[in-house]
Ligand binder design. Structure first.
Ligand SMILES: NC(=O)c1ccc[n+]([C@@H]2O[C@H](COP(=O)([O-])OP(=O)(O)OC[C@H]3O[C@@H](n4cnc5c(N)ncnc54)[C@H](O)[C@@H]3O)[C@@H](O)[C@H]2O)c1
Length: 357
């Protein structure tokens, strides 16, 4: 352990991409971890290496239902994060954000735990100011296909601040910008995983629009370190606080960098921009730097090399990923067709927006 007493920590969405890295960090720091997940987009595979650790426990549970456990801190990460996944069942996505927040806040209130919300840069929508500071209220479309996620997350933030005002809860809200790294879902349509998989297979790289839209990408170890630091702050620090890497890169440059690192023969293929896809995205992280003493340290090239090495081991088996597409939580038929459509394998049925989350 570094410098903090052992805490009992609940991570909802702990079997997902960010959640699994956060569970690892918490265990490394000497805490007891309860990973809560319904395995919609997360998998046991993401945490299988933690299962034999005595202070790690896993519970299959859907956060849209109340949960009664004893814990000191709660990180609420449960929510599908990529457009392809959160648009599969948009009503469930809103429920996960809103009911999930109510249930995690209710639990925190009952047991006096600190609670942190994994919010998102999507609360800024297609931003009219650049870079985005926390004081910007955003420019979202409340009735579009992305609204189940964007507005769900906005409402969750509202709930966090109302529980603080009404019940004096100790809350933390992190607005997470695009994060990438090992254990990203290979078929989730997010730009980094898409490009890497396409490049490793020497398939055409699908650029939305002309590729001049920008994003900034944060490597996963930097991001979870930021969440951890935020949780360690005193009750006066609530956020919202931006966490992300401010280095901006165009999607075209990203594609070229990945082709270069992988030595791929892939060519660029331009397709239409999805609806409500933001043109520019870059966090202003001055607040995180001053309040948390946090700044990302991993360069894009280094992070991409690590991520590519992971994808080489897991998906570049010639044809397709072994990771399954998520099931709808109500057990209704799989929307695998939508996922295949997004990866270009079959003509697409329902219209889903791809793009980075
Ligand atoms: N990765 C990013 O770039 C990014 C950016 C902004 C915000 N975030 C936020 O961070 C969190 C984690 O994102 P991620 O990239 O790890 O996504 P992910 O899809 O890999 O992880 C989400 C996890 O939540 C679980 N989950 C979904 N609905 C649930 C429910 N109702 N009950 C219990 N578990 C449920 C999934 O099974 C999965 O394990 C999300 O809340 C997301 O909105 C991520």
């Amino acid at each position: 352990m570094t410098f903090h007493a052992k805490r009992r920590v609940l991570v909802s969405g702990g079997a997902g991409f960010l959640g699994s890295h956060l569970c690892e960090l918490l265990l490394r720091e000497g805490h007891e971890v309860l990973c809560v997940d319904n395995f919609f987009t997360g998998t046991k595979q993401n945490v299988v290496h933690l299962l034999d650790q005595p202070y790690f426990e896993i519970l299959r549970h859907d956060v849209t239902f109340p949960l009664y456990v004893e814990t000191d801190e709660i990180y609420n990460l449960a929510c599908p994060a990529s457009p392809i996944h959160y648009q599969l069942d948009p009503v469930q996505t809103t429920k996960t954000s809103v009911h999930g927040a109510i249930n995690m806040l209710g639990l925190a209130k009952r047991i006096g735990a600190k609670v942190l919300q994994a919010s998102t840069s999507e609360v800024y929508g297609d931003p009219l100011i650049h870079p985005q500071t926390e004081s910007y209220w955003g420019h979202t479309n409340p009735i579009g296909r992305r609204a189940c996620y964007d507005e769900g997350k906005r409402c969750a933030e509202t709930l966090f601040f109302d529980y603080r005002r009404q019940h004096a809860l100790s809350i933390k809200v992190a607005r997470i910008f695009n994060t990438y790294g090992e254990r990203m879902h290979p078929n989730d349509g997010r730009v980094v995983s898409n490009f890497i998989v396409q490049a490793l297979r020497n398939e055409p790289i699908t650029l939305y629009g002309d590729g001049s839209q920008t994003r900034s990408f944060c490597y996963v170890s930097d991001l979870v370190a930021g969440l951890y630091r935020l949780m360690r702050t005193g009750d006066d620090i609530t956020g919202p606080i931006n966490l992300g890497n401010p280095t901006e890169i165009s999607i075209l440059q990203l594609a070229e960098t990945i082709i270069d690192i992988t030595n791929s023969r892939s060519k660029l293929m331009r397709t239409a921009l999805p609806a409500d896809d933001p043109q520019r995205r870059r966090p202003d992280i001055s607040l995180a730097e001053s309040l948390l003493g946090w700044t990302p340290t991993v360069t894009l090239e280094h992070g991409l090399r690590r991520t590519i090495a992971h994808f080489e081991r897991t998906v570049a088996d010639g044809t397709r990923s072994k990771r399954k597409a998520p099931r709808r939580v109500d057990g209704l038929p799989l929307a695998t067709e939508a996922l295949k459509a997004a990866s270009g394998a079959v003509p697409k049925p329902p219209k889903l927006d791809a793009g980075a989350s």
